[in-house]
Design a binder for this molecule. Structure first.
Ligand SMILES: C[S@@+](CC[C@H](N)C(=O)[O-])C[C@H]1O[C@@H](n2cnc3c(N)ncnc32)[C@H](O)[C@@H]1O
Length: 326
């Protein structure tokens, strides 16, 4: 017997009840708050809220049944993130949740989770500088996206006195291209070993307008440029949504943020082999995080590689304050 199609759809009344039930618990509301701009595994959330793992799993199940959170497999781990709002009550709930503040101890434990992720990334680059190029080539090498990236960059027609920042230049392979196009280039990398590789390249290629700085690009870096570039770096950041907010501050009004990144993938070996903290990103997530950072979406290019990975090249613009009319 064929069931009518409507029999397969969840009852709207059940959906609403699930939403109300999920929202009716202080801890679940705090979990939604913590997930506003981040994604965490169940163990991380249990640590942040100092609660048992099985209790946290139960809360996440209730939130998932209500459509408030979605899961994403990252290798062997499952990460939870907020779902996009479906309906007015869901949107209003998230808006109210946004106004909640986590307690200082909870904020400190979020920072500890981020610090552990960042430390894992720093350790990787300290260990792997010698075999950097080979590690990079396992997934995507600059040669595979250089022309597309230059096309995106050159379409911006920067002025002859424009400046650029490259975040995480690695061995500096893209610096000669930036040095040719910009009056002054600043390269920020938090790994002394990687910066040394970049320095050797700058010396070899006599790049007189490139300044190399040992710096964490996400901490106070009081510089701004017309163009900020980051190639294959975002998936090494502990909290990518926050990172985009920090990086947007380096972009002058009217300037550009160019991000080259992997699209979401399930090749968990990349964590060990390449030190990746995140297995690429959904295109929509990057757009949402950029929007939250006050950036406007520009052109995007996508490149499929023979090894199955896909690269996204994204341009985001920081609105020129003079062009905002209220
Ligand atoms: C995978 S490599 C990418 C290198 C180069 N952009 C490329 O495409 O070949 C990531 C680089 O980002 C740097 N990095 C990671 N976190 C950083 C941070 N918070 N601030 C500055 N550099 C960072 C690493 O040290 C490393 O050089």
């Amino acid at each position: 017997m064929n069931l009518p199609a409507t029999a397969l759809l969840p009852d709207p009344c059940d959906l609403l009840a699930a939403l109300c039930k999920a929202g009716g618990d202080p801890l679940r509301l705090k979990v939604l708050r913590a997930l506003a701009n981040d994604s965490f595994g169940v163990l991380e959330l249990a640590q942040i809220f100092a609660t048992g793992q099985s209790g946290m799993s139960h809360h996440l199940k209730v939130l998932a049944q209500a459509g408030l959170v979605a899961t994403r497999r990252e290798g062997n781990a499952i990460f939870y993130r907020r779902s996009l709002p479906q309906g007015a009550l869901h949107a209003a709930l998230l808006e109210e949740v946004e106004a909640l503040a986590l307690e200082p101890a909870e904020q400190a434990r979020v920072a500890a989770v981020h610090a552990r992720r960042a430390e894992a990334s720093r350790e990787f680059f300290a260990r792997m500088a010698a075999s950097f190029q080979a590690q990079q080539d396992l997934i995507a090498s600059l040669g595979q996206y250089r022309d597309s990236l230059l096309a995106l960059l050159d379409a911006r027609s920067f002025a002859s006195d424009a400046t650029a920042i490259e975040v995480g230049p690695g061995d500096g392979a893209f610096l000669p291209e930036l040095a040719r196009r910009f009056a002054q280039v600043t390269a920020l990398d938090n790994s002394p070993a990687m910066l040394e590789l970049a320095r050797q390249r700058c010396t070899r290629e006599a790049l007189g307008n490139v300044e190399l700085k040992l710096a964490d690009a996400l901490n106070e870096t009081p510089i701004e440029a017309d163009c900020v570039v980051l190639n294959m770096v975002l998936h090494h950041f502990a909290a990518p949504a926050d990172a985009i907010k920090q990086l947007a501050r380096l972009v002058k009004p009217g300037g550009s943020l160019l991000i080259t990144e992997l699209c979401s993938h399930n090749q968990s070996w990349a964590r060990e082999a390449c030190g990746d903290l995140w297995l690429g990103f959904e295109q929509d997530d990057l757009a949402r995080w950029a929007d939250a950072a006050g950036l406007a979406p520009g052109e995007s290019l996508y490149i499929g590689l023979k090894n199955g990975f896909q690269i996204q090249l994204r341009h985001f613009a920081r609105p020129d304050s003079r062009s905002i009319h209220r």
